[in-house]
Design a protein around this ligand. Sequence first.
Ligand code: C2E
Ligand code: MG
Ligand code: MG
Ligand code: MG
Length: 280
Amino acid sequence: RAKDAGGTGMQFFSAEMSIETKNRMALELDLREALERNEFVLHYQPRICLDDDVPCGVEALIRWNHPSKGLVSPAVFIPIAETTGLICKIGNWVLQQACKDIQQLTERIGTELMLSVNVSPVQLKSPTLCSEVSGALQAAGMDTHRLELELTESGLIEDTDASHQLLRNLRTIGVRLAIDDFGTGYAGIAYLRQYPIDVVKLDRTFLCPTAKADNCLDFIKAVTEMCHSLGMRVVAEGVEDADMLRQLMRSACDEAQGYLFAKPMPLAQLGDYIIDRRAS
Ligand code: C2E
Ligand code: MG
Ligand code: MG
Ligand code: MG
């Protein structure tokens, strides 16, 4: 577009970029203060077990309550946190807060729940990740097998001894490991064999385009069967309609998560949601 418009277009284009860069730099400065100012909040989205139709876990999803911009999406600020290295501190806060929240909730309502926490590829390079994970569990008084860490394929792309060792160490602590956004990355099925993965989360973009196609059911079935034969559970993400849910149930998918059941919600609403859903 800049090229079509000639010289002035070029100028316009670079002016636009500098505004974007300024915005990003301002956000980056604010992000450095956000932890101390207590501006992060966690929302929780339930995961539903498809065999008994009951919530069996929740995923912690961070939001940034920016003083002037309002709630900022993680899709906006997590990448900035990653390039600046701030993600390690933020990630540790998420672990601490989420374990505390969900441990207190399960004690209050008397139901065991799995907790999933997203872990950035950058955190996987941090030598303190393992001790932070066990520290968070200990501080909250939570059983290690109730925590699941969601890793993305891009975080596992570095097939090094160090990354294998880290995942083994995390497994030794007793936490479960999940691959998030499965089907969107480069890795694919080879990774399922290489790494000690317990859970595969099928990305919604992986399910949706094929949902109406004739072979959709066969496709999801095949992936699910493969995961099961490798001893992994399968979770479908971003389930928005009942038709998709029916397909998933016929595919023997284990769990589903999505707006069809509930959007991510503040902790204050989560207890009631789980109690109501179990009662109905
Ligand atoms: P994710 O881990 O794949 O999380 C699922 C995203 O899909 C969430 O977006 C969730 O709100 C959204 N979602 C859930 N159900 C539906 C649905 O039915 N339809 C649609 N269209 N979307 C649905 P959210 O909360 O904006 O988070 C975006 C991403 O930001 C996450 O993707 C994750 O990669 C990252 N993220 C969130 N919290 C954290 C965190 O604490 N640490 C790190 N490192 N990353 C995080
Ligand atoms: Mg996730
Ligand atoms: Mg995902
Ligand atoms: Mg994602």
